[in-house]
Design a protein around this ligand. Sequence first.
Ligand code: PAF
Length: 285
Amino acid sequence: MTRVIRSVRTMTAWSLALHREGVVIGVVPTMGALHDGHRSLIRRARLSCDAVVVSLFVNPSQFGPGEDFSRYPRPTRADAALCREEGVDVLFMPSREAVYPQGFQTTVTVRELARRWEGAKRPGHFDGVATVVTKLFGLVRPHVAFFGQKDFQQSVLVRRLVEDLNLGVRIVVCPTVRERDGLALSSRNRYLTPVQRRSAPVLHEALQAGRTAILRGIRFGSQIGRAMRGVIETDPKVTVDYLAVCDPDTLEPLPRVTKSAMLLGAVRLGRVRLIDNLLVRLDGR
Ligand code: PAF
């Protein structure tokens, strides 16, 4: 039985009662439109926690003007069914007013980590993410939180947030789940037209071309970047937002790859924006 909780008070009371019994609580923070990527996070949470909470909140503060907040998919019934299927204990669905009540004034600001890549293209996005994640942790009081590697910059930032603000939550980052043709699962994939859907795997192909270049001995970030861009340019329907070769810990661009590199990419197909990444290790880890 999945219990649906909408009230923030009930959520925290439920959690504190379980804390007193020594129950380990895991949370999977989501904005809904759940897919097999979320399913894998829930399953991972079930493995290491006694109780699993899925939070579902389309957070307005992480969407910029002109972004897709109002049309973001909200298939709540299907989301609740997936949670039931996966044996989720609580589906936490607070209202906007509950999360940001009248008089709300305090937000979390992230510095350098939030300024590059996604942050540069979506100003204010990561402050919105950091604020809502901090709020969700305060409301759900989890011991562990599960995030997908697909949103790699977000996962680096959340780890930093937890450390900087001593939030006391263990962060687990789980591998990206992909379609058979390599496209990373994302709630936004459902915006793709059939024609765009056929083009969409080109982002993963570009990142793989970057990895192949590194494994063949190319070390300069600029050359690896060109190898990735060359793949995207084969499809005129796809435009590059950014393609980056960067340090996996700091997300700073790498002029030269020595140990490991995180390849990050974001592209647009019409109005749809897709992101993906690939970690390349040369250190044998
Ligand atoms: O990754 C997401 O779905 C969102 O950014 C998150 C972490 C749920 C915060 O709104």
